[in-house]
Every structure is written in structure tokens, then in C-alpha cells.
Ligand binder design. Structure first.
Ligand SMILES: Cc1cc2nc3c(=O)[nH]c(=O)nc-3n(C[C@H](O)[C@H](O)[C@H](O)COP(=O)(O)OP(=O)(O)OC[C@H]3O[C@@H](n4cnc5c(N)ncnc54)[C@H](O)[C@@H]3O)c2cc1C
Length: 380
């Protein structure tokens, strides 16, 4: 990897890698097996300033650039993909909207607690009948005197059972057409009328809890509105533009973990009297895996670097996520192939990497959505 990293970025990589290898990788299998949210690692990550990396120090963040944040996310996900999604759902999806669109009072109230990792956040856009077509959501927020009353439900909300602060999207003008009429709200966990349902049983990232949310005449103060009325869709899309690069970094970490496992196994597994690493069939698989991971890494860092330099990053982020996520799935598949039958069992971590990789092609916009974004830019 020859992308020019600064000394600080290299330090982020070595520090987070050390932490991930010591604290995350050893428990990743158990977290997956038991579907257990790794609550105990979050204070440690907060202590290392990993829960709000790109936000200013005055708001409790680490004040790093976006490339550093992506490096950290890649290393955390290499150790444990579940922890990776908890980190990015909190840092990007929940905290960014408050940082970017929040009033000074909202920033004073929430940002320091979130960026420092004291209070966990979640982002609630998806509804049972509104996934890719997010504007089709039917959750409503109707103004009543000095408050809004929320009704409806959300589904697949990462971090939800352990979060305290939720960014919730709801229609303030249910009759408006298309993407208009949606607004964003900051909802606190103990608000009456708000509840968290049962977590889904998932193929992968099993430690990250993904339940539905319910709003039944849930009354929030008028100043819970984030940005302006009707700005919700824009807030959601801008948040996801950055979030996608994070999912690219998560995919990268999963792919790297699968390659590492495959290389180690190929060197130790002996067939026909010699390690399988000496077979050209295995070497070619490893060469392809390493090449696509490097290409994915360059795309992820390029997109992050665009954020750091104030350049557009929507198309670049879509490319990074698309390529990194499909790389992760492919690399994890090849890693199982290199492990033979053992790779299909829980004796080795590659079956978990394979299951974890798949989600990166689905959330924060499916691969089809990324291709739509990229094609739109290419055809412009
Ligand atoms: C583990 C997990 C965690 C998640 N975390 C969150 C979270 O924290 N917050 C949140 O709000 N959401 C979250 N989601 C929801 C996630 O973002 C959606 O599942 C995703 O956006 C896809 O929506 P959908 O599942 O409704 O699929 P659908 O939109 O129903 O799509 C089904 C298929 O149709 C394709 N498709 C749909 N529309 C088009 C089109 N116009 N052109 C081409 N193909 C199309 C899709 O690509 C896909 O292949 C999470 C989901 C999962 C599984």
C-alpha cells in the first residue's frame, strides 16, 4: 500500500491495529456466535477517542481528518466487523447530522456527549415499506403547539437498543410529493411513546443489534427539529454520502482479515507433501485478492481525501463503497475456497468474514443504488 499517508495517519493505523488485535479480534467470534452487542469495548474506544474522530476537539471529537477516521474504521472492522458498524453508525450516521445541521443549542446539548462516545447514537430512516425508496416513508411528525407528535415505525436500526440519541426522519407534510415534506428530528431514548422492538436474527454482523423502532403519539419539543422543516431528505442523503465511504472502509477491513487468514492457512496447510501456498492455483487466488483489496483501499482513501480537501465526494464515495463491498464478498468467498472444507466450519474465522461481508453490499444504499449514483454522474 503506497498511498501517501502522513505520520499521524500511520500512527492512527498502528495504534488502532494494536487495539483491534488485542481487544476486538479475540472476542469477535464469540460476539458473533452469541449475537452479543459488545458493550464493554465502547468505553475503551471512547477512551481512545475513536467514537467521534472527525469532529473538532471543542466538541469532544478527536479533530482528525477523514482519511484517519477511515483507517481506524478499517482496522476496527478487520478485528471485528460488528464493532465497525457500531462505530460508523454512531460517528457518521447519528453524529454528523447534528454537527452539520444542528443549531448551536443542539450542538451544545448533544455533540460533546456523542463525539466523545459518552452517549451512543442511531440513525432511523428505513421503514418496512420504504428502503431504497426512502422518500416513501409513512412515519409522520405533526406539529402541535410547541411540539411535534411522531407516529409510525422504523426498521433495521443499527445500535438502537443501546443508543440514547436517535436521528429520526418523519413527514411533517404527509401530502407533499416525492422527497419533499420529510424532516429530521433528534429523539431521546426515554421519550414517552417511543420504544425499541426485538432485534433481527441476521446472517452476519450479528453482535450489532438491528431492531425496529415504534412511535405512538410520541411527543418531542419543537426544538428537536434538526435543520428546517422539509430538509429531512437532504439531511439523510448528505449523511449517507459520507457514511458510504465508512462502509467501504468496513468492507476493506473485512476483506483484509479474510486475506490475512487465507495467507496464514495457505502457508500451514500441507497437501501432496507441501504447503498449498506453493500451488499456483492458490497463489493466483491470493494475487487477485490482494490486488482488489489494494484497489478498494485506494478508492476509499481517495473519497475520504476528497472530504478533507473540500472536493465533491458523492460519486467517489459510491465508487468506493461499491467496489470495496463487492471486493469483500469476493475475497471472503476465495478465503473459504483456500481453506477447503475447514473454511465452511466455525473452526476458522473465514465463514464469519463471508457472512459479515455481505451486508456491506446492502446497507447505506445497495450496490444497485451505488451504480445508479455512479452512472448518473458518468452520463451527466
Ligand atoms: C443489518 C442492517 C443494518 C441496517 N442499519 C440501518 C440503520 O442504522 N438505519 C437505517 O435507516 N437503515 C438501516 N438499514 C436498512 C438498509 O439501509 C436497507 O435495508 C437498504 O437501504 C435496502 O432497503 P430494503 O432492505 O428495503 O431493500 P429494497 O429497497 O426493497 O430493495 C430490494 C432490492 O431491489 C433493488 N432496488 C430497489 N430500488 C431499486 C432501483 N430504483 N433500481 C434498481 N434496483 C433497485 C435493491 O437494490 C435490492 O436489490 C439496515 C439494514 C440492515 C440489513
Amino acid at each position: 500500500m503506497d498511498f501517501e499517508l502522513t505520520d499521524e495517519q500511520e500512527l492512527v493505523r498502528s495504534t488502532v491495529r494494536e487495539f483491534a488485535e488485542a481487544e476486538l479480534a479475540p472476542v469477535a467470534g464469540e460476539i458473533d456466535r452469541d449475537h452479543r452487542f459488545p458493550e464493554e469495548v465502547l468505553p475503551k474506544m471512547a477512551g481512545m477517542n475513536l467514537m467521534g474522530m472527525p469532529y473538532p476537539e471543542e466538541y469532544g471529537g478527536a479533530g482528525t481528518d477523514y482519511v484517519s477516521y477511515m483507517i481506524a474504521l478499517e482496522e476496527v472492522s478487520r478485528g471485528c466487523a460488528t464493532t465497525g458498524v457500531i462505530m460508523t453508525a454512531h460517528t457518521t450516521l447519528a453524529t454528523f447530522p447534528i454537527y452539520k445541521f444542528g443549531s448551536q443549542a443542539q450542538k451544545d446539548k448533544y455533540l460533546s456527549d456523542m463525539a466523545s462516545g459518552r452517549r451512543l447514537g442511531a440513525f432511523a430512516l428505513t421503514e418496512p415499506a420504504a428502503g431504497t425508496d426512502a422518500a416513501a416513508g409513512t412515519c409522520t411528525a405533526i406539529r402541535k403547539d410547541n411540539s411535534y407528535v411522531l407516529n409510525g415505525s422504523k426498521i433495521f436500526i443499527s445500535n438502537a437498543p443501546f443508543a440514547e440519541i436517535y436521528i429520526v426522519f418523519a413527514k411533517t407534510d404527509p401530502d407533499a410529493q416525492g422527497t419533499r415534506g420529510m424532516s429530521a428530528f433528534i429523539v431521546e431514548r426515554d421519550t414517552p411513546g417511543f420504544s425499541v422492538g426485538e432485534a433481527e436474527h441476521k446472517l452476519g454482523i450479528r453482535g450489532s443489534s438491528t431492531p425496529p423502532l415504534y412511535f405512538t403519539n410520541c411527543q418531542v419539543p419543537a426544538d428537536a427539529l434538526l435543520g428546517q422543516e422539509g430538509q429531512g431528505f437532504k439531511i439523510a442523503m448528505q449523511t449517507l454520502d459520507g457514511g458510504r465511504i465508512g462502509i467501504g472502509a468496513q468492507a476493506l477491513g473485512i476483506a483484509q482479515a479474510a486475506l490475512d487468514a487465507a495467507v496464514a492457512y495457505a502457508k500451514e496447510r500441507v497437501q501432496f507433501g507441501k504447503p498449498i501456498a506453493s500451488l499456483q492455483a492458490i497463489q493466483w487466488m491470493i494475487a487477485d485478492m490482494a490486488t482488489s483489496i489494494d484497489a478498494a483501499r485506494l478508492l476509499v482513501y481517495r473519497a475520504a481525501s476528497n472530504i478533507d480537501h473540500g472536493f465533491p465526494y458523492s460519486t467517489e464515495g459510491a465508487m468506493a463503497k461499491l467496489f470495496a463491498s463487492e471486493t469483500a464478498t469476493r475475497v471472503a468467498d476465495r478465503a473459504i475456497q483456500i481453506h477447503g472444507g475447514y473454511g465452511y466450519t466455525e473452526s476458522y474465522p473465514v465463514e464469519r468474514h463471508y457472512r459479515d461481508a455481505k451486508i456491506t453490499e446492502l446497507y447505506e444504499g445497495t450496490s444497485e443504488v451505488q451504480r445508479m449514483v455512479i452512472a448518473r454522474a458518468a452520463l451527466r
